[in-house]
Ligand binder design. Sequence first.
Ligand SMILES: *Cc1c(COP(=O)(O)O)cnc(C)c1O
Length: 453
Amino acid sequence: MSTVNKQICGKTKEEWLQEYPIIKDICTYKEAVWCNPFKEPFEKAILSCPLTKADIKAADARLKRFAPYFKVAFPETAALDGILESPVQEIQNMKSVLENKEHVSIPGNLWIKLDSHLPISGSIKARGGIYEVLKIAEDIALEHNLIREGSDYTLFNTENFRKIFSQYAIAVGSTGNLGLSIGIMSAKLGFRVTVHMSADARQWKKDMLRKAGVEVLEYKSDYGIAVAEGRKAAQSDPSCHFIDDENSQTLFLGYTVAGLRLKKQLEEKKIEVDNKHPLFVYLPCGVGGGPGGVAFGLKMIFGDAVHCFFAEPTHSCCMMLGMATGKNNAISVQDFGLDNCTAADGLAVGRASGFVGSLMLPFISGCYSLDDSRMFHMLTALADAENIYLEPSALAGMYGPVLLEKSFDFRNYIKKENLDSSMMHSTQLIWATGGSMVPKNEMLSYYKQGQIS
Ligand SMILES: *Cc1c(COP(=O)(O)O)cnc(C)c1O
């Protein structure tokens, strides 16, 4: 195939390279940093935004309605009263390890948000994926007059409800973790559920789903194709609800609730967040829904005091490419010859969500990409320093605080935002997106890959 004169969104590769020097790094799988020139002050950014804080509160209220259901259907959620939430904790040892290894001084305190330890599916997808399934179930229950305002939601755990839900199907395309969340949740409620899995999905995730009664269809191609196939299959079945990871507003809103929850957690830990105490958050990004939703929730709560960065593998940095070029989901890393191959499950996405890319453009501080090997090294270092075991993708954010010091562009961002004098009072928060359900032997092999010989 000749690629010499191939057009990518109306330009040749050479023209793109000339206009956007960052694409040169992207094309050669080099680690890259992108500071967002389209970021706007919060008050201005929300003017053109279709979603509001009221939408987040409605999502939060729905999750609260289902809390009594979770307590009976998933007893492990009883400790938190049926609210699916993860701990946040300081990682001082890891901070020293990073500082020594990278020869930098990380400003402020280093914290980690352990979505890796969310109940039911052990990843950030337990926020959005489960939320959308609950919304579908609630809508159907209302339609069938099974519930009304004030009803006891433990009813969702009864045979009668399961019988009704078995007349409906749910489908989703996934690289693994979204499939786990939606599969486990849907099957528990009694839905017929199909997960369309991309080639990179781990065997143990497929096994776990099949054991839960989920139909798993496997494809030899990547995430984009798995989603497209799932969408197609669902279209031919009117009783089937396709959960669209690339476009779903419902899924997105499920993630945003994290903003409200984190605010409460930080208050409990006596961590201040305001313009004199900025909060920096580093989020591993695949298609964008999870990190975008969380970042959106945080912006709606903390406004200009929070600074959110997306982290992606060098082989799959679709959000950085889409945002930097302004081409959003019209452009893919494959257009530039990248292979979209990464060991970071959930991040192997070549084309970002158009919905998230455009919604988040005025809110996001920047993006960066990092090598898989770096994720593995930090995985092992974190296990040694803090006894926290994560999957590789969940470490993508860990490099952010280092780059904030090391990268010329990010240091410039601090200056531009007038943050130099408040950095020592900042909180650096790594959003750890998955890992607690990884089988022991798999985790050991991750750990070994990250050992520096
Ligand atoms: C899915 C996933 C992400 C990224 O979420 P997107 O919505 O795809 O951007 C990050 N980390 C892990 C572990 C994931 O499973």
